[in-house]
Design a binder for this molecule. Structure first.
Ligand code: SAH
Length: 407
């Protein structure tokens, strides 16, 4: 086992071991080249039904006209869905009773069936397990914070990126989610909030009682499902009743680093927040930790992140799960700071997060003193660094824990 110099709990310099990433308790799929397999193309499966939230305004009107109704009915349906978060014909009394059921079934077909819901003790975090039309399972996690409500959404059933420390990748990619399946997670969360089901509200608090922030940190690699992701994001930020009327700045897209897609995203003219899951500043380790690093190296991913900042003016965020004796060495903090500062100042902040346990993994989170030291070094180099708090661990709803089984 290789060693690396570091700082021990007592602050003295000590030799720190270097653990190599290795799947434990499950078999990581390998490609023909013997490296961890990457899945970009989805297996063939039936498509989910087309839903209002998949369509442009003109297409929605056409769909309504095709069902024999005047096109203004499309706007009424959109208001029911996006503003009142309902798909229940009984509540749509402004629509003619005759044929209402068929109209709603045709335009707002059910997409997500709730299988199970887990709540934390104080109820401020809820994990939803949803079944899609073909039985595929996905999860979303709803979290109340002071002044905001965040929903962590899935963009794919499963994931093809095969990161050995993340539970989602262990079963591979089942399929891409449709734009409406992505959006419906938000609508269903808004319905739960409106029904008073999300706890933790402080007395007198003026928190908006709907989802204010979206993070694409649920299941899947959002940039591997690019067109549907963008369609969903455009619907999230379109004003009501065309969409959900959310602020693009409050939508965070997180990626393992699909460089051409990052470039494309930067050119969309949408000020969404961009996050890069880096987890190692050196290719030697990142090649093993993030299999897609075999396509796009650390420097290429960082260059693309920097370009994102230049084109959008949005400060980007670097995610870094701290894994004991694997990627938490002081020299890696210094190398990360150096690589970020090489590319300019004020364009980036770093979000380390203690590793969350996943089934079968022998890896553990870094020691608190090591985490503090890691943060301090990057911070001292002039890069704002905040240890991310992790929510929902007790309900397996934290980052990297979403595996969506109904066992
Ligand atoms: N595929 C995207 C989005 C989903 S993961 C991405 O990788 O960015 C969201 C975040 O959770 C990523 O930063 C991911 O690296 C991190 N993560 C995955 N497994 C984790 C674990 N076991 N503990 C802590 N964070 C984890």
């Amino acid at each position: 086992m290789a060693s690396a110099r570091g700082i021990g709990n007592n602050g003295a310099a000590v030799e720190r071991p270097q653990i190599r990433p290795k799947a434990e308790g499950w078999q990581q799929k390998l490609g023909p080249d013997g490296r961890p397999a990457l899945q970009f193309a989805e297996p063939k499966r039936g498509k989910p039904p087309v839903h209002l939230a998949d369509l442009s305004v003109a297409e929605r009107e056409k769909a309504v006209v095709d069902l024999g109704l005047p096109k203004f009915r499309a706007k009424q349906l959109s208001t029911h869905y996006f503003t009142h978060h309902t798909s229940d014909p009984a509540q749509m009394t402004d629509l003619p009773a005759a044929g209402r059921g068929e109209l709603v079934a045709g335009i707002l077909p059910p997409l997500l069936t709730e299988v199970r819901r887990l709540r934390t003790d104080n109820g401020d975090t809820i994990k939803f397990l949803w079944k899609l039309h073909d039985g595929a399972l996905v999860e979303s996690v709803l979290m109340r914070y002071p002044g905001r409500i965040t929903l962590c959404v899935s963009s794919q059933a499963g994931c093809g990126m095969n990161c050995p420390f993340c539970a989602t990748g262990q079963a591979g990619l089942t399929r891409n989610m449709s734009a409406a399946e992505i959006v419906d997670q938000v609508v269903r969360a808004n319905a739960a909030i409106a029904a008073g089901e999300l706890g933790g509200k402080k007395r007198g608090e003026t928190t908006p009682e709907r989802v204010s922030n979206i993070v694409f940190m649920g299941m899947g690699e959002p940039l591997a499902n690019y067109n549907r992701l963008m369609s969903a994001v455009r619907t999230m930020v379109a004003p009501q009743p065309t969409g959900l009327g959310m602020s693009a700045r409050n939508v965070t897209i997180s990626t393992v680093g699909l460089v051409p897609a990052i470039r494309k995203l930067a050119d969309e003219g949408l000020p969404v927040t961009f996050a890069l899951s880096l987890h190692a500043p050196d290719d030697a380790l990142r090649d093993e930790l993030i299999p897609v690093n075999s396509r796009w190296k650390v420097d290429e991913a960082l260059d693309a992140a920097r370009e994102y900042f230049e084109k959008t003016g949005r400060r980007v965020s670097i995610e870094y799960a701290l894994i004991k004796d694997m990627n938490d060495h002081a020299w890696r903090a210094d190398l990360l700071a150096e690589k970020l500062n090489e590319r300019g100042r004020g364009w980036v902040h770093v979000n380390p997060i203690p590793l969350n346990p996943t089934p079968g993994s022998i890896w553990t989170s870094s020691e608190p003193a090591v985490m503090r030291e890691f943060v301090r070094r990057i911070d001292d180099a002039g890069i704002p660094t905040t240890l991310r708090d992790t929510r929902g661990k007790e309900i397996d709803g934290a980052c990297g824990q979403l595996a969506a089984t109904d066992a």
